[in-house]
Design a protein around this ligand. Structure first.
Ligand code: SAH
Length: 227
């Protein structure tokens, strides 16, 4: 037993402890200090292993509050952004959520522990394949994924109570607004590339989108076509 303990602490000093439960606990303390309040969101970030959504070479940085590369020029979002977007979305108590930009799959995985049904669309097939492998390995239920241009949404499954866009567009794709349920909410980074804002859109009684600015952010671009 004592030999085992020695072994673990030796690994800790070389960084393996950086993917441990303690590392996740520290991240959650930091998120709470940065204004994240929703207990369920904090609990999901405390328990879901973000390092499994990264290449092994970057796993030791998984519980820093930063975005990190996932290959093919894309990034896994910063934990604070994932937490904040999840928190805002949950205010509306959505049952059915559509995510645009699966990437590593981390945001979809977080949502799958908070809402009944998650749909996610990714334009880069190779990233989607890896994300699906992670969903299976973690036995995450109720995530359906699709390889497509997410600017078009997922018309066959519409309407959605919430749509979360995790890549930055200059404007909100009208196809997405059209797939919102009447009391639905659309959350994502929009605006000119140098002035991206995390926006929250809801539909008024006339079906017009009303936007509220939540934060300044920096996401990879929402692009057309599939790879
Ligand atoms: N939610 C992701 C963030 C990934 S970065 C995560 O938790 O890891 C944004 C992702 O959006 C990238 O993988 C990028 O390929 C994808 N993307 C960009 N434009 C897209 C589009 N039109 N349709 C679907 N996915 C898109």
């Amino acid at each position: 037993m004592s030999r085992y303990r020695t072994f673990v602490s030796a690994q800790d000093t070389r960084g393996r402890g950086l993917t441990s439960q303690r590392a996740r606990d520290r991240l959650v303390v930091l998120l709470r200090e940065s204004g994240i309040r929703h207990p369920q969101v904090l609990e999901v970030l405390r328990t879901l292993p973000r390092h499994l959504f990264l290449d092994e070479a970057l796993a030791s940085r998984a519980y820093e509050n930063i975005s990190l590369p996932i290959g093919l020029g894309q990034t896994i979002s910063q934990p604070w952004v994932v937490a904040r977007m999840s928190e805002v979305l949950l205010e509306r108590q959505p049952r059915k959520v559509l995510e645009i930009g699966t990437g590593s799959g981390y945001q979809a995985a977080v949502l799958s522990r908070l809402v009944e049904q998650v749909y996610t669309v990714e334009r880069i097939e190779d990233l989607l394949r890896q994300a699906r492998r992670r969903f299976r390995a973690l036995k995450l239920q109720h995530i359906r994924s699709r390889h497509d241009d997410g600017r078009l949404g997922w018309p066959d499954e519409a309407p959605f109570d919430a749509i979360i866009v995790t890549a930055a567009g200059e404007v909100v794709p009208p196809e997405l607004l059209a797939q919102l349920s009447p009391r639905g909410v659309l959350l994502g980074p929009f605006g000119p590339p140098s002035e991206q804002k995390l926006m929250c859109y809801t539909l008024d009684d006339q079906g017009q989108a009303q936007g509220e600015e939540l934060a300044s952010v920096s996401f990879v671009p929402l692009l057309g076509g599939v790879l």
